[in-house]
Design a protein around this ligand. Structure first.
Ligand code: C6P
Length: 415
C-alpha cells in the first residue's frame, strides 16, 4: 500500500471501538470522515488555552485566536493552490458555500433568460439553490446527462454550454458514482462563452490533489468534516474580483466597515462574507487536518484510494445479483462504490452490515434525480479514506453474505 494504514489507524481513537461486539469497519467516509487525535487535541487546545473572539479584542488571547484563525485561512489557500488567503471565505459547509454564490453572485448578476448548466449527478446542495434562484429570476437550468459508465455525456457538454450560459455549477467528483469529472475541459468551454464555473469539491478536495489555478475554476466549495476536520466549517474559494463585486450574503457584525443608522459600507473581502462570530475553534482545529493530509501527500491519498476501490470492486463483483454503479476504470473514479444486490433493499443490507460492525450508507445519498436516472430508489454505498485497508472488505463481504442468507437463497462469493 502507498500509505501505512497500520500507523495511521493508531492516530484515530474511534477506530479502536467496537460496534455490536465487532471491530468497527467505517466505510461511510463520503458522509463524513473520522478525526485523528491531533485534530481532537487542537479543538481542546483552543477551548482550554486561547478561547477568545477574533478581529476585535486587543488582549493576548484575542490576538492568538485571530492569528490562528487567519493562519488556517492561509493554509487552506495553500492546500488548494489559491493565489491568496483573501480568496478563502469560511462558511459552515459546502451547502452554505454554494448558497452564498447563488445569493450573493446569482441574485445580483443573473436575469431572465440566462442559463445555468448543471448535471444529473448533482448532490441536492448543488441543485436546490439553483432551482430556487431560477424560479425567482426566470432562469433556465440545463442538465448534462450521464452515460452507462456514469460519466458525463460529452455531447451534452457541447450542446448545453453556449452563449446563454452564465454559470456551470458541477460536481468535481460524484458522491454516488465516484465519477471524477473533466472539470478543466468544462471550465475551458464555459470560459470561451463568458460563463463562470463553480465546482462542488465536497468529494474531490478531501481525496484528490486539487489546484484551483490548474482547474481554472471561479468558485470551489468544500467541507472540512469530509477531510478529517471538524463539522461546522466549510470553505468557499472564489476569484478575488468576484468576491469584490458580489453583494454580502449575511449581514451584521464583522462584515461592515462603517455603519450609520440608515446605511452601511462593507468590510474588505473575505471578511465581507463572514458576518457575526465565526466558528473559531473548529476553524483552528481544521488547521491540524490540513497538516495531517499534507504530511501524507494528496497524491498518496489518491493512490491509496485507487488501490482500495479496485480491491473493493474485485471482491464485490463476485456477489451474485450485484449491480455496481459508476465508472469501471478506477482512474476515473474516487474511493466510492455504490451498489445494489438483487432482492435485498439497501436499508436492509445496511442494517445487517451494521450488526457486523460495518458502517455503510444506504439511501438516495441526497441525489434523488440521480437515483431516478439510474432507475433505483436507493443504493448501498461504501466509501473509503486514508485509514481503510483491504482486509476490512472481509467484514463487508461477510455481512453481505449474511444479508443474502436472510433475504434470499444462500450464495458463495469466494475471495
Ligand atoms: N454528501 C454524502 O453522504 P455538506 O453537507 O454541506 O457538508 O456537503 C454537501 C455535499 C455537497 N456536494 C457533494 C458532492 C456531497 O457529497 C455533499 C455531502 C454527503 O454523500 C452527505 S449528504
Amino acid at each position: 500500500m502507498t500509505i501505512d494504514t497500520k500507523r495511521i489507524r493508531e492516530d484515530f481513537p474511534i477506530l479502536k471501538r467496537e460496534v455490536h461486539g465487532k471491530p468497527l469497519v467505517y466505510l461511510d467516509n463520503a458522509a463524513t470522515t473520522q478525526k485523528p487525535q491531533v485534530v481532537i487535541d487542537a479543538l481542546v487546545e483552543y477551548y482550554s488555552s486561547y478561547n477568545a473572539n477574533i478581529h476585535r479584542g486587543i488582549h493576548a488571547l484575542a490576538e492568538e485566536a485571530t492569528g490562528k484563525y487567519e493562519a488556517t485561512r492561509q493554509k487552506v489557500a495553500d492546500f488548494i493552490g489559491a493565489p491568496d488567503a483573501s480568496n478563502i471565505v469560511f462558511t459552515r459547509n459546502t451547502t452554505e458555500s454554494i448558497n452564498l454564490v447563488a445569493q450573493a453572485w446569482g441574485r445580483k448578476f443573473l436575469s431572465a433568460g440566462d442559463e445555468i448548466v448543471l448535471s444529473t449527478m448533482e448532490h441536492h446542495s448543488n441543485l436546490v439553490p439553483w432551482q430556487i434562484l431560477a424560479k425567482e429570476k426566470g432562469l433556465t437550468l440545463r442538465f448534462i446527462d450521464i452515460d452507462d459508465d456514469g460519466q458525463l455525456v460529452a455531447a451534452d457538454i457541447e450542446r448545453y454550454i453556449g452563449e446563454k450560459t452564465k454559470l456551470v455549477a458541477i460536481t468535481h467528483m460524484s458522491n454516488v458514482l465516484g465519477t471524477i469529472n473533466p472539470v478543466r475541459e468544462i471550465a475551458d468551454r464555459a470560459h470561451q462563452h463568458g460563463a463562470l464555473v463553480l465546482l462542488d469539491g465536497a468529494q474531490s478536495v478531501p481525496h484528490l490533489p486539487v489546484d484551483v489555478q490548474e482547474l481554472d475554476c471561479d468558485f470551489l466549495a468544500f467541507s472540512a468534516h469530509k477531510m478529517l476536520g471538524p463539522t461546522g466549517v466549510g470553505v468557499l474559494y472564489a476569484r478575488k474580483e468576484l468576491l469584490e463585486e458580489m453583494d454580502p450574503f449575511m449581514s451584521g457584525g464583522e462584515m461592515i466597515r462603517r455603519v450609520e443608522l440608515e446605511e452601511s459600507t462593507w468590510n474588505d473581502v473575505p471578511w465581507k462574507f463572514e458576518a457575526g462570530t465565526p466558528n473559531i475553534g473548529d476553524v483552528c482545529a481544521f488547521s491540524a487536518s490540513l497538516d495531517y493530509l499534507s504530511d501524507l501527500g494528496m497524491e498518496n491519498v489518491r493512490a491509496h484510494e485507487i488501490e482500495l476501490v479496485q480491491e473493493a470492486v474485485r471482491r464485490l463483483q463476485n456477489v451474485p445479483g450485484i449491480t455496481i454503479y459508476g465508472p469501471e476504470s478506477a482512474a476515473s473514479k474516487g474511493g466510492v462504490v455504490a451498489f445494489n444486490i438483487e432482492d435485498i433493499h439497501p436499508h436492509d443490507l445496511g442494517t445487517v452490515l451494521d450488526r457486523h460492525g460495518v458502517a455503510i450508507r444506504a439511501g438516495h445519498h441526497c441525489a434523488q434525480p440521480l437515483m431516478k436516472r439510474l432507475d433505483v430508489v436507493a443504493t448501498g454505498r461504501a466509501s473509503f479514506y486514508v485509514y481503510n485497508e483491504p482486509t476490512e472488505f472481509d467484514a463487508l463481504i461477510e455481512g453481505i453474505e449474511a444479508a443474502a442468507r436472510l433475504f434470499r437463497a444462500p450464495v458463495h462469493t469466494g475471495a
